[in-house]
Design a protein around this ligand. Structure first.
Ligand code: SF4
Ligand SMILES: [Zn+2]
Length: 328
């Protein structure tokens, strides 16, 4: 069969990830699926990465093809962590037929698996079955659910992101995960639309505090401007600026728990950025910290001198929030 017709994941790569205090080899896979059922967050272009309409049976075949491709392409025995993302929810049975979970569990058995889902698809029975199938006794918690709660603030999640679920929904999903023997990795989004730099920083600091006891791992994504999104529309008009790297460093530094953070698009106008002169060492440093957990490195980076530092401080104190009319 010609190569272009072979089913492949959207992306898959070998890397390293921090788990507790160890740095372990990992495999990240982004599966192409039926697509996110919610499909309307303001900053998200991943939701466009999907197969067109097709019968569940065909979707199942396509996904089986992708898993087969992974089996052939990688030495899975050499990785310890497997992270499974889709452009939506791995646990949504419409997006990923349930049989795929069984095949994936067999393929990744014995690994520490992190799989992404929206909370409404966390089903105790399905999750228990998946967890039992990957569990060979190698890990105290062999499965974590990655849930993009984005913020603990329901107004920000609803108005600035359009995520369509509440913090209570997240907590319910997290509780069910726990009953099924899985842990939770929460994803936060730093600086969605409509927030000032200061509001965005405060939101992250509050969210990290309020996630205490509800997530064993937290990953913070600085917002990037993805193509074809509502966020891009605002950005093009100068009505949105991604977060300063200074803000990201400051949040990481003040956090009482370790946050993993990969500043995608760091240093570019669509990604988290400073002035252009100081960006690259800071982006690299944030990635290094994410893996090493070295807090002294964060202090050093934060003390780097650059002229844009004053600009950032000015923005924090002077930027005014958008104001919507209270009446019509
Ligand atoms: S952010 Fe997640 S839930 Fe929202 S539209 Fe994108 S894939 Fe769907
Ligand atoms: Zn600078």
């Amino acid at each position: 069969m010609p190569d272009e017709y072979q089913d492949k994941p959207l992306a898959a790569w070998i890397g390293r990830d921090r788990y507790r205090d160890a740095i372990l080899p990992s495999l990240t896979v982004i599966l192409k699926t039926g697509g996110c059922r919610w499909n309307r967050c303001r900053m998200c272009s991943y939701r466009h990465e999907r197969y067109g309409p097709m019968e569940p049976r065909e979707l199942e075949c396509r996904l089986l093809g992708q898993l087969e491709w992974i089996r052939k392409e990688f030495r899975i025995s050499e990785v310890e962590i497997v992270k499974i993302y889709t452009s939506g929810s791995f646990l949504d049975p419409v997006e990923v037929p349930e049989r795929i979970l069984d095949v994936a569990a067999e393929l990744f058995s014995g690994k520490l698996v992190i799989a992404e889902t929206r909370p409404e698809f966390v089903n105790e029975e399905v999750l228990t079955r998946f967890r039992e199938r990957i569990d060979t006794g190698s890990w105290e918690t062999p499965l974590y659910l990655a849930i993009g709660v984005e913020t603990t603030n329901d107004h920000i999640r609803e108005k600035c992101i359009g995520k369509g679920f509440t913090f209570q929904d997240f907590l319910r999903g997290a509780d069910t995960a726990r009953i099924a023997g899985a842990g939770v990795k929460a994803y936060l989004l730093a600086k969605p639309l409509f927030l000032t730099e200061k509001e965005a920083m405060d939101d992250m600091q509050t969210s990290i505090r309020e996630l205490k006891g509800h997530a064993e791992m937290i990953s913070m994504n600085p917002c990037t401007v993805q193509r074809g999104t509502e966020q891009e529309w605002y950005w093009k008009q100068g009505a949105y600026r991604p977060p300063y790297l200074w803000s990201i460093l400051s949040i990481l530094r003040d956090s009482p728990v370790h946050l993993s953070c990969d500043p995608l698009g760091g240093g570019q106008s669509r990604g988290p950025h400073n002035c252009g002169r100081c960006d690259q060492p800071l982006v690299k440093g944030i990635r290094d910290y994410s893996l090493s957990g070295d807090r002294l490195l964060l202090d050093e980076l934060f003390d780097t001198w650059c002229r844009c530092r004053e600009e950032w401080e000015f923005v924090l104190s002077e930027e005014k929030p958008y104001c919507m009319p209270l009446t019509r």
